[in-house]
Write a protein that binds this ligand. Structure first.
Ligand code: 5GP
Length: 192
């Protein structure tokens, strides 16, 4: 039997729905799972570290990478570019590691086209009201930014039907448990 190839998990959900926190929780307890670090032109936020949250590049550098076909998918979100480095993902999958991409709905569509076997999970907030509260509490974005993110969230929520699984993040531990169960089940699925 050949070496098992890794699985590709795609997680999307509106800004502020807890994707990052949930991703961290899942990754810390699973050695065979790696998260792809995206490239972005968005300015670094306080507390973010180069190569940990993102690789921060100029728009010129991003365009160069895109023209070199370095991205598995890319998208423009809130005026900035974001892309998934292709080589990292393919290398890990070929080595049998499972890879998680935390990307927006446009990116998820591109990944599904290239990797129909990718497993997609949509993380949804209990309500738009909770989302608004979380965005305010986070204090990462100003009022204008929050309004933009809420409008975007409404649009993204309409795309949740395109996903294999929908997980509501009302309670972080519960959502982590569900996500972990999805990953475990997908790993033992016989027919793919
Ligand atoms: P933020 O700027 O708040 O870190 O991320 C904004 C949005 O961009 C989030 O929905 C996040 O999931 C998405 N995102 C981050 N990296 C990528 C990527 O490489 N590709 C795509 N399509 N979306 C991304």
């Amino acid at each position: 039997m050949g070496k098992r190839k890794g699985l590709l998990f795609v997680i999307s959900g509106p800004s502020g729905c807890g994707k990052t926190t949930l991703g961290e929780k899942i990754l810390s307890g699973d050695k065979n799972l790696v998260r792809s670090v995206s490239v972005t032109t968005r300015p670094r936020r306080k507390g973010e570290k180069e190569g940990r949250e993102y690789f921060f590049v100029s728009e010129k550098e991003f365009t160069r990478l895109r023209e070199e076909d370095s991205f598995l998918e890319w998208a423009k979100i809130f005026g900035y570019f974001y892309g998934t480095p292709k080589e990292f993902v393919l290398k890990n999958i070929n080595q049998g590691k499972d890879v998680i991409l935390i990307i927006d709905v446009q990116g998820a569509r591109q990944v599904r086209k290239k990797f129909p076997q990718a497993i997609s999970i949509f993380l949804t907030p209990p309500s738009l009201k909770t989302l608004q509260e979380r965005l305010k509490k986070r204090r990462l974005d100003g009022p204008g930014e929050i309004e933009k993110r809420l409008q975007q969230a409404e649009k993204e929520l309409r795309s949740q039907r395109e996903y294999d699984y929908i997980v509501m993040n009302k309670d972080l531990d519960k959502a982590t448990e569900l996500l972990s169960a999805i990953i475990s089940l997908e790993r033992i699925k016989f027919r793919r």
